[in-house]
Design a protein around this ligand. Structure first.
Ligand code: GAP
Length: 454
């Protein structure tokens, strides 16, 4: 087993393309800056990440409910939320190389003429004054473009939750503490997107607003810090590659009185994976003022009324998927042959089991097909009949399939198959009649990244 972390962003980008996880978008037209499309295995993996997030909130708790709100909301939403006035980054243009940079991140950017220098470092650099650039994508609603028709693609999913808060009080009869969770696309016209799917202009968020009595806010803030940190480690992220970092006062967003980021040690360094913020009553107060609608919670027994405070764990589905890919990436050798393997948590693996006939004759393909059809009822499986068995194992290792089920000549005699484990490479014979239950048992078992043993 490999002992050092061999992963780089280039290796991940190349594996993702080679194995059909993630492709640059619109490639036949030359691509469009920092947009990516998820291919078959990418969709399966990201869906598993999102399903685990839903499971941890909806199935394993009884104080969170779900929502799927619209992407285009009433434009007043963004006045109330502060995004119209304040969701900006400072931008500078270079008159020499015609490139655009974030004024506060020049040290992370390369000069257009001399990539070894940062913008502004060479005598030829001619940077404009910084000006504020709003990150929201503007669009128009209806056939006529006028001032009244301007709307925005949501830059965060959170506001849809606040707009619906009243419905949940009235119709779901929820009372604080409770949370509303949603997953969906958000859009930001980032000035300098990059690092693969880490910073895109179109991305998916997994956000939850947890409404609490004001006096309990700090306690719930701490609760969600722990819960969210543990979610990643339970799904296999190595704890020494994860940390919580509290924001300094000058880093806090306009709505937040305290924020901590869950950061992951990406190959580009420690970066935000998820933000957990204490938003106080900022959003409900603003929407109450701008809409003229009362958004207070009223206790029908005590008559007590208050605007709940909000704790928000805000995660990125793409950043989490990228972190799981990076953390699971490994290289080792089998019989002197190099191997690339994704040591993904079985619950996250796009395909749980591959069914492989050893040879394409003697009834082996037919039996393998029969087994595949049976397993399909239980989990995502794949049938792969062609090519040398070693090459088929490697292919499954590269997409992170935890178990390979091989049908050989003995299978036709005694109705047993071998099950090969991706990480330990152990092969055991299992009766076909017990295979489904055995794989389900393995899937449910606690799991620890083998990279931790390295
Ligand atoms: N509602 C709070 C909010 O949106 P945020 O820190 O701006 O907070 C939350 O975003 C999460 O969304 C981030 O931690 C990150 O995982 C993800 N995210 C934000 N911008 C992104 C981008 N341009 N590309 C990919 N993911 C992004």
């Amino acid at each position: 087993m490999a002992t050092t972390d061999v992963v780089t962003m280039d290796k991940i980008v190349s594996l993702c393309k080679r194995r059909g996880f993630i492709f640059p978008s619109s490639e036949i037209y030359g691509g469009i800056g920092s947009s990516y499309d998820y291919g078959h295995y990418g969709v399966l993996l990201k869906n598993n990440v999102k399903n685990q997030w839903w499971k941890s909130l909806l199935q394993e708790r009884d104080d969170v409910v779900a929502l799927d709100s619209a992407i285009i909301q009433h434009p007043r939403t963004w006045e109330a939320s502060g995004h119209l006035a304040g969701f900006t980054d400072p931008l500078v243009d270079c008159r020499t190389c015609k490139l655009r940079f974030r004024a506060d991140k020049l040290e992370d950017a390369q000069c257009g003429r001399k990539p070894s220098k940062h913008p502004g470092e060479t005598p030829e650099c001619d940077l404009t004054e910084a000006r504020e650039f709003n990150l929201m994508f503007e669009t128009t609603v209806g056939p006529v473009k006028s001032d009244g028709s301007i709307a925005y693609l949501r830059p965060e999913t959170a506001q849809g939750i606040f707009l619906n808060f009243k419905h949940y009080l009235q119709f779901s009869r929820k009372r604080p503490p409770f949370g509303i969770a949603q997953i969906g696309k958000s859009f930001r016209n980032e000035i300098t997107p990059g690092n693969f799917t880490f910073r895109m202009r179109e991305f998916e968020q997994m956000e939850m607003e947890f409404f609490v009595p004001p006096d309990d806010a700090q306690r719930w803030f701490e609760h969600w810090l722990t819960e969210r940190f543990d979610w990643y480690t339970k799904l296999g992220i190595r704890p020494d590659h994860l940390r919580l970092r509290a924001h300094d006062q000058d880093e806090l967003s306009h709505y937040s009185s305290a924020t901590s980021d869950v950061e992951y040690l990406y190959p580009i360094g420690w970066q935000e994976l998820e933000g957990i913020a204490n938003r106080g009553d900022f959003d409900l107060t603003q929407h109450q003022t701008f809409s003229g609608q009362k958004l207070e919670y009223v206790d029908t027994v005590t008559g007590e009324r208050y605007l709940p405070h909000v704790i928000e764990p805000a995660a990125g589905a793409d950043r989490a998927t990228l972190a799981f890919l990076i953390d699971s990436y490994d290289e080792d050798e089998i019989d002197g042959e190099p191997r690339t393997v994704l040591r993904l948590h079985p619950q996250l693996a796009p395909v749980k089991a591959a069914v492989l006939p050893l040879v394409r004759k003697d009834g082996q393909p037919e039996l393998a097909r029969e087994i595949e059809l049976d397993l399909r009822e239980r989990m995502q499986v794949e049938y792969d009949p062609g090519g040398a068995i070693g090459r088929r194992y490697r292919r499954q290792d590269e997409i992170g399939t935890p178990w390979a089920v091989t049908v050989d000549h003995q299978s036709l005699e005694d109705r047993t198959v071998t099950v090969r484990d991706r990480d330990s490479l152990a092969q055991v014979r299992v009766p076909i009649g017990e295979l489904g239950e055995e794989l389900e048992r393995r899937l449910r078992s606690p799991w620890r990244s083998p990279k931790l043993e390295g």
